[in-house]
Design a protein around this ligand. Structure first.
Ligand code: LLP
Length: 413
């Protein structure tokens, strides 16, 4: 995170709090978020795209996070009734919410209309049928954007690409579905069509892919003279040494320029998730076991794993690891950092480097875990979900407590 420093004894301090002190106070594993980093990124997004920019809450959501991005002037993208519920519980006004989803249920749509969410991003003809039925039943007419699939391949992992023709999301441009959907939405008295939405994928490093999406959709946006155009989220974030990503400011500048070049007069907005939250957090674990397999490798096991960070096993994502007690130390020893789950895929860092004196009981941290870690976490093996701590100016605030064994039994009937 931006606001980390190294104490006189060489150990890591985030947001004015020593990481070893946080570990003593909250136990491990835990997520620690640099609150100022989150606020800075949210402000950067508002400066780059204006007040319609939405935080994609799937990246990381709890009431404290929803309240924080709202305070900083962002809207919130919610993709399910559950995300909507949390944002509303945080006190975010419904008109600051943007509702997503390729299969919104009748109940979710009913909730969205009844609460008065600001925008619904319509994804299918079936959804239009459902909205029309709900409005016929007396619910208020929503403002909608239509999600269009532009037929563009973003350079990213197959699981998180969404812009190509073969996609479960949106109305295809090439097939003509986009035109048909726009005509229908335009004529429908059950929805107020305000714009077009496109999301080409996530962890996209090639900013030019976004520019291509803008160029491809410009004729549609311009033809109908719609006032809004959202380019979705997806800006890539650097996880390991050597990766380089654009800033939100740079992304915004390229997008605004691309829209001007394409003659788009609509207000351009976006939905960053990862680029707001990822680099704000570090996960801190305790080393429990060190197994040296001569001639093969060293396995270092910690007290978390794929239940708090499933990204390595899902996407083969790379992370780094370091010792909070000696952040800047030489790290000559190659290890594989693994979790405590009952499968070999439970890897956190395939190729990590640690100092020679790594010992059982040491804290190990993995940076850039603020997005899609906590939010995609699970209870696999009935491992308790870690707490989330926000730090700022020397204060540590517990915003999500650690799960307990009682929590695990709460749903059993
Ligand atoms: N808008 C829409 C419509 C989306 O589907 C997404 C992400 C975003 C915005 C935010 O994208 P971001 O700025 O965070 O890249 N679990 C995967 C990422 C899945 C992203 C899904 N949609 C991962 O851990 O890499």
């Amino acid at each position: 995170p931006d606001h980390s420093t190294i104490a006189a004894d060489g150990s890591l301090v985030i947001g004015g709090c020593r990481v070893d002190d946080l570990a003593s106070e909250f136990g491990t594993p835990f997520f620690v978020y640099d609150e100022v980093h989150l606020r800075d990124r949210a402000r950067e997004a508002v400066a780059a795209f204006g007040p319609g920019v939405a935080y994609a809450s799937k990246a990381f959501l709890c009431t404290a996070m929803a309240a924080l991005v709202h305070e900083e002037g962002m809207c919130i993208d919610v993709a399910t009734g559950g995300e909507m519920r949390v944002a509303l519980a945080a006190g975010v006004p419904a008109d600051r919410l943007v509702m997503h989803g390729n299969n919104k249920s009748n109940l979710e749509l009913e909730m969205a209309l009844a609460e008065g969410v600001g925008r619904i991003v319509v994804d299918s003809f079936d959804e239009m049928d459902r909205i029309e039925a709900l409005v016929a039943g007396g619910l208020p007419v929503p403002s909608v954007l239509l999600r269009i699939t532009p037929g563009i391949e973003a350079h990213t992992h197959e699981f998180v690409k969404t812009g190509q023709d073969d996609s479960k999301f949106g109305f295809g441009l090439a097939s003509g579905a986009a035109r048909t959907a726009l005509d229908r939405a335009h004529r429908s008295t059950a929805m107020h069509l305000v714009g077009i939405h496109v999301h080409i994928g996530s962890q996209v490093f090639v900013v030019d892919s976004f520019r291509k999406a803008v160029q491809t959709l410009a004729p549609l946006v311009n033809d109908l003279g719609l006032p809004e155009f959202s380019i979705g989220g997806g800006l890539g974030v650097a996880y390991v040494e050597g990766e380089e990503s654009a800033t939100i400011t740079q992304w915004g500048a390229v997008m605004n320029q691309a829209c001007r070049d394409a003659g788009i007069t609509a207000q351009v907005s976006a939905e960053p998730g990862r680029s707001i939250a990822a680099a704000a957090a570090v996960t801190v674990y305790t080393v429990g076991t060190i197994k040296d397999l001569p001639g093969i490798r060293t396995y270092v096991s910690v007290d978390g794993g794929m239940s708090d960070n499933p990204r390595p096993v899902l996407y083969g994502s790379g992370y780094e690891t370091f010792l909070p007690r000696a952040v800047a130390a030489d790290r000559p020893r190659e290890i594989r950092l693994v979790g405590k789950h009952c499968e070999s895929g439970d890897v956190l860092v395939r190729e990590g480097y640690v100092p020679d004196d790594l010992a059982v009981g040491d804290l190990l941290a993995t940076p850039v875990t603020g997005a899609y870690g906590h939010s995609m976490g699970s209870n696999y093996n009935k491992v308790l979900r870690p707490p989330v701590v926000f730090v700022r100016d020397g204060d540590a605030r517990l915003v999500v407590r650690r799960e307990t064994y009682d929590d695990l039994l709460r749903l059993d009937v």
